[in-house]
Write a protein that binds this ligand. Structure first.
Ligand code: NAD
Length: 372
């Protein structure tokens, strides 16, 4: 640091980071202040008590502005377990048949839908009709048409719709976005996103087209799509894509195993990405500008995220992603706060439009134009 400008930029970055995140360990915002939190608390019911729902529930235990208040599940034994673990009253427990009654429950503000992708549309629309805010896991739906229907339903019901994009609150990610916005990377020309893992059990819903809406692209490739957009800071105007399949039994018709895709942006920047269910150790973002670069590896896992730029290693502390996500989403829903990177239904819809276009490009072999 040898100029006043660099110093001020560094100060601004720390101030931004500090307003969001604590200084060390995997602590939460609770530890930022000695003062007990007095503001509004978002009371959330989780729908779908599976592996990610369990992770979110655990992370919410250290939230300051959000609280796990209810559950919606088709498995009575899971409801009992969660009730005793998280002290959830019977009146805040529902199943998939009766959860519309949540509209008469004044102790729940929002429902977080964490079920298989193919159920999101119908469940979010029912949540909206019950007058509750909806937080929906990614991918928001199976395609853009469904996504638009969810947005319309939430608008009509005057409730908010957010998508569980936890990386939009991650400190190292936000620092790279700040550097790009402040011109520290110069004109951005290229992004590379590698997103994949080797999927196990062939009978899981993630490999069932009706419930998953596709294969790796819906589940993990979406991180590279979303990442390309928030790293480059523009919306793509065209896509090309090529699909390869090595196992036609495990990855049936309509369930993609590996897709390489390219996105073109209005400034001339391009993104080159890989989405796969066949290779491990694929979790990497690389952003290249005329004056600098930034890389994250791992880039979207549960953390700690690791990264460096041309200025050196990124040292922002790890914080449990879902804890900060839920605290920040509480601020968005209850206090009208604006996140640095949007997490609303329109943001989820953009990714779905790109996925629709990638599938079309892979099928036809043609470049597909996009208007987001
Ligand atoms: P999971 O299989 O572990 O859990 C799904 C839950 O939905 C289970 O409790 C299951 O009982 C319930 N369910 C209800 N109806 C069902 C049906 N018809 N078929 C199958 N299950 C049914 O899955 P998961 O890993 O928790 O994923 C759930 C959602 O969360 C998906 O949309 C996924 O993309 C998303 N997810 C997001 C992240 C993230 O980091 N943001 C991570 C993992 C999963």
């Amino acid at each position: 640091m040898n100029s006043r400008r660099d110093f001020l930029q560094k100060m601004t970055a720390s101030a931004v980071a500090f307003s969001f995140f604590p200084r060390s360990g995997s602590a939460t915002m609770n530890e930022l202040s000695d003062q007990p939190y007095q503001g509004p608390v978002l009371r959330v019911a989780i729908m779908g008590l599976g592996s990610y729902g369990s992770r979110v529930a655990e992370a919410m235990q250290t939230c300051k502005k959000a609280k796990l208040a209810g559950v919606i599940s088709g498995t009575p034994s899971k409801i009992k377990d969660w009730q005793s673990k998280y002290n959830i009253p019977e009146k805040n427990c529902y199943n998939y048949e009766n959860f519309d009654r949540i509209k008469d429950n004044p102790d729940i503000d929002a429902v977080y839908v964490i079920t298989p992708n193919g159920l999101h549309r119908e469940q979010v629309i029912r949540v909206a009709k019950a007058g509750k805010h909806a937080i929906c896991e990614k991918p928001m739906a199976l395609n853009a048409k469904e996504g638009q229907e969810m947005i319309d339903a939430c608008k009509k019901a005057k409730v908010k719709l957010l998508v569980g994009y936890r990386m939009h609150f991650e400190p190292k990610t936000l620092e790279i976005i700040r550097m790009r916005k402040d011109g520290e990377l110069g004109k951005v020309l290229f992004f590379q996103g590698l997103s994949g893992f080797r999927i196990g059990d062939p009978n899981q819903w993630r490999l069932d087209r009706k419930l998953a809406g596709g294969g790796a692209m819906m589940d993990i490739g979406i991180y590279s799509i979303n990442g390309a957009r928030y790293m480059i800071g523009e919306e793509p105007i065209w896509v090309t894509a090529e699909e390869t399949k090595t196992d036609h039994v495990k990855f049936k018709e309509g369930v993609d195993e590996t897709i390489q895709f390219q996105l073109g942006f209005p400034s001339g920047a391009v993104a080159s990405c890989l989405s796969t269910y066949t290779m491990n150790n694929l979790d990497r973002f690389f952003l290249n500008g005329e004056k600098g670069f930034a890389e994250l590896q791992p880039s979207t896992g549960y953390g700690p995220i690791k990264g460096r730029t041309n200025k050196g290693e990124l040292t922002h502390p790890h914080i449990t992603h879902q804890t900060v996500q839920m605290d920040e989403m509480s601020g968005i829903i209850l206090e009208g706060k604006q996140p640095i990177v949007p997490v609303d239904g329109e943001e989820g819809l953009k990714d779905l439009k790109i996925i629709d276009a990638i599938f079309l490009a892979a099928k036809t072999g043609k470049k597909v134009d996009l208007k987001l």
